[in-house]
Ligand binder design. Structure first.
Ligand SMILES: *Cc1c(COP(=O)(O)O)cnc(C)c1O
Length: 398
């Protein structure tokens, strides 16, 4: 077994390391500034409250909203649940129909499934072969009963970016609320809620170099003002929508991570795109029967989802024991079933079972990319030598 230090981390969609600058910002709130942000009678409380409000401002700046439109949650799973169930139960008198897609994260899909058991009707829009939803299809399935559209912004498995701004226009015209799970996009591409026409947006810190267990939900306060039914009940924190003592150090880290991403976004994207192109071109030049999954252009720069035909992804990952990679999505990689996103894209089974997700990010270096290229090329060739199917295919086509 390798020590963790000798392993190359290339799984930035599962989680990201915390940026050292974020850690520095958090430390005072883990030590001396330990106050409860709801304590209004003394300096400990005031310092904590000020730190929370500064962080709220930093998050708001990144997504172009006001601070009164953001509430902190435990992460995107909670934000997705709160947005979808919150709208469903607050707007039930208006209708019972929700539109989403087949390529969503489980935090959205499973929440919708629970609502179906409670009398809501959910349309799961098909995606195209790149994993993209088409705005016209969204328009076509809106009915008098539709209260919410929920679509992922950038796909966590294949990196495909959905045309949210176009869907936002449609939703706005039809008076249907529009939510997005924007976890993989925020801090990496422009995620301005007004440009995208969003009423609700889910974020999480740990996918953007912040700590785990802290996220946010953007809730539009004007034109229209959105009401949500809370999922948990208790104190008055976060406008009573999400009560509970605020996790001040994590919130401070989240705010810092947002400000950092906003500053670094343009240069970082360019740098990562260069590394991504190097990885992509080297693999395609040196390996045959290889397929890029997801949209060729409209994708996150840090994502490459690639199928190495004839090589089961689980076998490849096991042989690449000094590289941290993922087969399909991390949440389902324990199970040997093909990813629901790849199947929704109608990828052939052979390609779905051989897909590997490379996630590059802020701390990925060119040296690491070179090592990954050599290791993947070597192991794919080695495993194919052992594959009778591959040998057969090659002799047939020779
Ligand atoms: C990671 C992820 C989530 C879950 O976020 P948590 O903060 O870990 O709950 C939800 N949606 C997408 C697209 C993700 O990538």
């Amino acid at each position: 077994m390798n020590s963790q230090d000798s392993i190359i981390y290339m799984d930035y969609h599962a989680t990201t390391p915390i940026d050292p600058q974020v850690v520095d910002a958090m430390i005072p709130y883990l030590t001396t500034c330990f106050g409860n942000a709801s304590s209004t009678a003394h300096l400990f409380g005031w310092k904590a409250r000020d730190a929370v409000e500064k962080a709220r401002h930093q998050v708001a700046e990144l997504i172009g909203c006001s601070t009164d439109e953001l509430i902190f949650t435990s992460g995107a799973t909670e934000s997705d649940n709160l947005a979808i169930k919150g709208v469903a139960y607050a707007y039930r008198h208006k209708g019972n129909h929700i539109i989403t897609s087949t390529a969503e994260h489980h935090a959205v899909l499973d929440t919708c499934a629970v609502l179906e058991n409670d009398g809501f009707k959910v349309t799961y829009l098909p995606v195209d072969k790149y994993g993209m939803v088409h705005p016209q299809q969204v328009r076509d399935c809106i009915t008098e009963q539709t209260i919410l559209i929920s679509l992922i912004y950038a796909n966590n498995e294949v990196g495909t970016i959905n045309p949210l701004a176009e869907v936002g226009k449609i939703a706005g015209c039809q008076g249907v609320l529009f939510h997005s799970d924007a976890v993989q996009a925020v801090g990496k591409i422009d995620s301005d809620v007004n440009r995208l026409g969003l009423d609700l947006m889910s974020l999480t810190a740990h996918k953007m170099y912040g700590p785990k267990g802290i996220g946010a939900l953007y809730i539009r306060a004007r034109k229209p003002r959105i009401h949500l039914a809370p999922m948990i009940h208790g104190g008055g924190q976060e406008n009573r929508i999400r009560p509970g003592t605020l996790n001040v150090p994590a919130i401070v880290g989240f705010g810092e991570a947002c400000e950092l991403s906003k500053t670094l976004m343009v240069d970082e994207s360019e740098r990562i795109a260069v590394l991504r192109d190097k990885l992509l071109h080297a693999l395609f030049n040196r390996i045959d029967h290889i397929n890029l999954n997801g949209h060729p252009l409209k994708r996150l720069v840090g994502n490459l989802n690639i199928s190495f035909e004839f090589v089961e992804s689980e076998a490849l990952l096991a042989s690449l024991d000094n590289i941290a990679l993922s087969a399909g999505s991390a949440c389902t990689s324990g199970a040997v079933q093909a990813s629901h996103v790849l199947l929704a894209m109608r990828l052939k089974k052979e390609l779905a079972h051989t897909a590997v997700r490379f996630g590059l990010g802020r701390f990925t270096t060119e040296v690491e990319v070179d090592q990954v290229i050599d290791a993947v090329v070597k192991e794919v060739h080695r495993l194919r030598q052992l594959s009778p199917l591959y040998e057969e295919n090659i002799s047939n086509t020779a």
